[in-house]
Design a binder for this molecule. Structure first.
Ligand SMILES: NC(=O)c1ccc[n+]([C@@H]2O[C@H](COP(=O)([O-])OP(=O)(O)OC[C@H]3O[C@@H](n4cnc5c(N)ncnc54)[C@H](O)[C@@H]3O)[C@@H](O)[C@H]2O)c1
Length: 368
């Protein structure tokens, strides 16, 4: 890259350009953020990722840099969103039109062990991002929230009007961040969309990106990671906790949303965001699947007959959680399309097998 080309590119990121929407994707080196950045870039948005790489992968950034090398298309800024001065510098030097704020620590179990980390990283950092947006006149915010803000409601499915009574620091930190955004919004003409995701699975169908959490985070991990680890023999088998819930097969029921559908909801939210308005949406399929169903789908997707150990309940797990996605369908014309659990897991498994060390080593060149 010549110096002139580099300077020209920087200039493009620092100026608003008619017809080009420049999106700041925080946490874009992570699982969902990287998929969102890929989709935005494919749709011709200008993208800046800010990530401190505490959990995400430089490998995902390199994939995006390789695919979108053109001037003013994509840039990566390695920075911590907890550093107020740095955040304000980033907003001063770049002309963002919108922010998708994904960056967060995001494990329920870890949040109960280290709550202050969660309040700091999620709540305090969202406040900093919002302050920087307000100070620099950035008009659109798409915020990554979670069904964990609802806690354990008795009535299913969960609608956006279901009371939010979170029961762990992760859910509470996200709820507080939502409250900060909504309070700020009362006296602002910012366009705000709050998306509350259910359980995210899968990876992009072209096999460009995947989910690659750090090995040290495995113990806090999510069910698909645990299934794949068992299928690869990294763990001796899969532990299913709780078989005596009041559900048809006794295991917990969750709403699994494919990451491709989820990022589509973000793009629709961005397209429909209106100045001075706030939209709050559940992003789920509306269909609950039991852990047993999930395990069977994973066995079929991986074609590995992993050992499954059934253990007593884990404290704090609730029996049944699934969304009512009617509002997002009616208002944003979004519905989940990738609803075949086995197919979503097959796609993710293909990427896992081709990337045995996550983004560290690519064993097989994936066709793009
Ligand atoms: N994965 C799910 O099932 C799920 C469900 C509901 C909501 N969410 C939300 O979606 C968002 C993305 O989750 P994910 O699963 O992609 O997680 P992830 O850990 O893969 O990605 C999070 C990214 O944020 C970055 N980050 C964290 N703290 C940062 C900081 N202080 N400064 C800069 N970057 C920082 C990490 O390095 C990482 O790349 C989070 O806000 C999470 O709460 C995820």
């Amino acid at each position: 890259m010549t110096m002139l080309y580099y300077l020209q590119s920087l200039l493009q990121f620092s100026r608003h350009e008619p017809g080009v929407t420049h999106v700041l994707v925080t946490g874009g080196a992570g699982y969902i953020g990287s998929h969102a950045a890929l989709r935005l870039l494919k749709d011709s948005y200008r993208v800046t990722i800010v990530d401190n790489l505490s959990r995400g992968n430089l490998g995902a950034i390199k994939v995006l840099q390789r695919l979108f090398p053109g001037p003013g298309r994509f840039q990566f800024i390695h920075a911590d969103l907890g550093d107020a001065k740095m955040v304000h510098n980033i907003f001063s030097e770049n002309a963002f039109d919108a922010v998708m704020h994904f960056a967060a620590v995001a494990y329920v179990g870890e949040s109960t062990l280290n709550p202050l980390k969660y309040y700091h990283n999620i709540t305090a950092n969202t406040l900093l991002v919002l302050e920087a947006m307000a100070a620099h006149g950035v008009q659109t915010l798409i915020y990554s929230s979670t069904c964990a803000t609802y806690g354990e409601p008795e009535q299913m499915p969960i609608t956006e009007d279901t009371a939010q009574i979170p029961i762990n620091p992760y859910g509470k930190a996200k709820k507080m961040a939502e409250d900060i955004i909504l309070d700020f919004h009362k006296n602002s003409d910012m366009a705000v969309m709050v998306l509350r995701y259910f359980n995210v699975i899968g990876s992009d169908p072209e096999g460009i990106l995947g989910e690659a959490p750090r090995p040290e985070l495995r113990e806090h991990g999510r069910i698909s990671g645990a299934c794949f680890d068992a299928a690869r023999g990294i763990t001796p088998g899969l532990k299913v906790r709780g078989t005596d819930y009041r559900t048809p097969d006794g295991t917990c029921i969750r709403d699994y949303i494919d990451v491709t559908d989820l990022v589509d909801a973000h793009v629709k939210a961005l397209e429909r965001a209106e100045s001075g308005k706030v939209g709050i949406y559940n992003v789920g399929t509306g269909k609950g699947r039991s852990v047993k169903e999930f395990v069977e789908a994973c066995k079929k997707a991986t074609r590995v007959s992993m050992r499954v150990e059934y253990l007593p309940r884990r404290p704090g797990d609730y029996a049944e959680v699934y969304s009512d996605p009617t509002k997002i369908k009616n208002e944003l014309n979004w519905t989940a399309k990738y609803t075949n659990l086995q197919e979503s897991l097959q796609t993710a498994w293909r990427w896992q097998k081709a990337h045995l060390n996550g983004y560290g080593t690519t064993l097989q060149v994936m066709t793009v």
